[in-house]
Design a protein around this ligand. Structure first.
Ligand code: G1P
Length: 288
């Protein structure tokens, strides 16, 4: 029987070189979008989709991320002694049924390698992967029923791995994993159940089979770990998650879902600053 997707893997070990100098000593995942660090939006998205175990794939120099999800008892006591219970509660935002664990990726061998490090915790269970550079806009009123939640439900219904994609401009296809659609299939926005015949990682425009790019949200059948175990470095000399997805397509079938709403790239200085302005404006309107 296929059960609820309970695990989410968040690869956070990268150095964030596109965010320097900001990311030199502060992990890029802890940089703010308005009043919260980027990673909090991603964790809240996972929790809204029913995830109960968050697994950080981390690096020794980025322990500040783990600390962010811990309780700072000294600060907590101090705030409560001053009657600031509401503020103290907001810092301990993880629901009681949600836990955060951490594993290490000591060597930067690629996204596929990062995800593989979570196997000892996840076992053979299905799991989500959320790339924390990508923040899906939390301003939609329908947020709780949005993309990841729909993908988890679709996995529960079909047992098939789900990949979130979004249409990108021709000038951006070289940055992403690009979907090759199954012949004759159209893919309506927000609907699950569209089959895909493969992915090409970071193609040149002339080699791109479509403009549908992987957004950074996946719901995997646990079988993907078997393919990651055997995966060899390919594009960019890295072990690519897309290669394991292609193997999974051949053995189990994979569906894509076209994203609803808006995504923000918080891993690039220009788009991060644009996102900051948008998030801050929402926050200020909320306060006003
Ligand atoms: C990764 C994936 C790519 C995906 C992208 C989304 O690339 O390899 O398939 O489209 O994330 O952000 P990265 O941005 O880590 O180079």
């Amino acid at each position: 029987m296929i059960t609820q997707v309970k695990y989410a893997v968040l690869p956070v070990a990268g150095f964030g070189t596109r965010m320097l100098p900001l990311s030199k000593s502060v992990p890029k995942e802890l940089l703010p979008l308005a009043n919260k660090p980027c990673i909090q939006y991603v964790v809240e998205e996972a929790i809204a989709a029913g995830i109960e175990h968050i697994i950080l794939v981390n690096h020794a120099q980025k322990q500040a991320i783990e600390n962010y999800f811990d309780i700072n008892a000294e600060l907590d006591n101090k705030l409560r002694a001053k009657g600031k219970d509401e503020l103290a509660d907001s810092l301990n935002f993880l629901p009681k049924n949600v836990s955060v664990s951490s594993v290490r990726q000591g060597v930067p061998l690629g996204l596929g390698h990062a995800v593989a490090q979570a196997r000892n915790i996840v076992g053979n269970e299905p799991f989500a992967v959320l790339l924390p550079d990508v923040i899906l806009s939390p301003f939609s009123t329908d947020y709780k029923t949005d993309n990841l939640a729909k993908m988890c439900q679709a996995f529960k219904d079909t047992g098939k791995t789900q990949i979130l994609v979004e249409e990108v401009a021709d000038s951006d296809v070289h940055k992403y994993g690009i979907a090759r659609l199954t012949e004759g299939r159209s893919v309506p926005v927000g609907q699950t159940g569209a089959a895909v015949s493969g992915f090409v990682e970071k193609p040149k425009l002339e080699d791109a089979p479509s403009n549908l790019a992987i957004v950074g949200r996946y719901v995997f059948d646990g079988a993907v770990f078997d393919y990651l175990k055997d995966a060899k470095p390919t594009v960019g000399g890295e072990i690519q998650l897309t290669d394991a997805i292609d193997a999974l397509i051949a053995s189990h079938g994979v569906d894509i879902m076209v994203m609803t709403g808006e995504s923000h790239d918080a891993g690039n200085l220009t788009t991060y600053m644009q996102a900051f302005i948008e998030f801050a404006n929402h926050q200020l309107v909320g306060i006003g």
